[in-house]
Design a protein around this ligand. Structure first.
Ligand code: ATP
Ligand code: BTN
Length: 319
């Protein structure tokens, strides 16, 4: 089925006869596979008598050679899955299985993509980037301080490189264009930071997605912003380069080396907001982040500092 998809990915018409010949199967077998592509992968295929078949929109499929051949650190082991529950879950299995590190797990789609606090990350086939990088943490807690904010900076610069000029950050883990979410970061820890520990850096970027009724908050994608089909392999390579760059600054100087740059790109700096922690709410004005990446909020006449994975910020209507 995926061989057929590779023949169709250009978005041009292909006759049933040519497809059958290239695949070595009958025209009715081609028809059956097309039905499967529609049903299983949610792809829209136009069927026009006399012209053949074409995808409603061309696809950019992941290609291991294109990614590995781009001169990235050759020590990274890359795995690409057509379909997986979650690239983060797969990365955690790779740690347990003792795969040599660093490991990069990518997938064309996720069946159980995860966001923070057990939320779902919508992950349709061949549209977006689902990226999980495993790193070994030998530097203790310091190496983890502000790490998800550092990843956000790398994602934001990757997006700007490909023309999303308005990409900016929202504490702690979102990359937005205006009020619309274009990417999210989910870090998951395996082991004990005081001993041997690994961190899975999970990144979801909306790349070529143009419709997603299941996403229940404002969102956008690179394609919606730039009006161009994006080469996902090129984006993976750019992202990997930006991550390597920002990790090296973080490793040498800690988050404090990036605090000013992060605040400079924080879209909600100085805005009135509500911080949600479970059922608790704190109202304040966003001052920025401290040297560990914790949120600094002016609450009345006090400055309070908040950190932890369970916190969410919402803009106040009057901000
Ligand atoms: P906060 O971090 O402030 O809680 P959030 O509302 O974005 O921000 P997250 O847990 O970070 O919450 O992200 C998960 C949410 O992202 C989901 O509940 C869903 O609304 C949304 N979402 C899921 N898939 C996508 C996607 N592909 N693009 C944009 N948003 C998505
Ligand atoms: C969020 O904003 O809540 C974080 C979303 C993170 C999604 C990515 S997609 C790749 C990796 N695998 C997952 O299951 N989640 C992360």
């Amino acid at each position: 089925m995926l061989t057929l998809l590779k023949l169709l990915k250009d978005g041009n018409f292909h006759s049933g006869q040519t497809l059958g010949r290239d695949l070595g199967v009958s025209r009715s077998a081609v028809w059956k596979q097309l039905q499967q592509l529609e049903a299983e992968l949610g792809l829209e295929i136009h069927k026009v008598r006399g012209r053949g078949y074409r995808l409603a929109s061309p696809l950019s499929l992941l290609d291991k050679d294109a990614i590995e051949g781009a001169g990235l650190d050759s020590k990274w082991t890359t795995f690409i899955f057509d379909s997986i529950d979650s690239t983060n879950a797969q990365a955690m299995r790779a740690i347990e299985g003792g795969t040599s590190l660093p490991v990069l797990v990518l997938a064309e789609r996720q069946l159980a993509g995860r966001g923070r606090r057990g939320r779902k990350w919508i992950s349709p086939f061949a549209e977006n980037i689902y990226y999980s990088l495993v790193l070994r943490v030998d530097g203790g807690m310091r190496q983890l301080e502000g790490l998800s904010l550092v990843v956000g900076l790398a994602v934001m610069h990757t997006l700007r490189e490909v023309g999303v000029a308005g990409a900016g950050l929202k504490w702690p883990n979102d990359i937005l264009v205006g009020q619309r979410k274009i990417a999210g970061v989910l870090l998951e820890l395996v082991g004990d930071p005081a001993d041997v520990c690994h961190v899975v850096v999970g990144i979801g970027i909306n790349v070529n997605m143009q419709a997603a009724p299941e996403v229940d908050q404002p969102w956008t994608s690179v394609r919606l912003e730039t009006r161009q089909l994006v080469d996902r392999n090129d984006l993976v390579v750019r992202l990997s380069r930006q991550l390597a760059h920002y990790f090296s600054i973080h490793l040498a100087g800690g988050f404090s080396a990036l605090q000013v740059e992060w605040e400079h790109n924080h879209l909600w700096q100085g805005r009135a907001a509500t911080l949600l922690a479970g059922t608790n709410k704190v109202e304040g004005v966003i001052l920025g982040v401290d040297a560990q990446g914790a949120l600094r909020l002016k609450v009345g006449n006090d400055v309070q500092v908040f950190s932890g994975g369970e916190l969410s910020l919402r803009l106040r209507d009057d901000s």
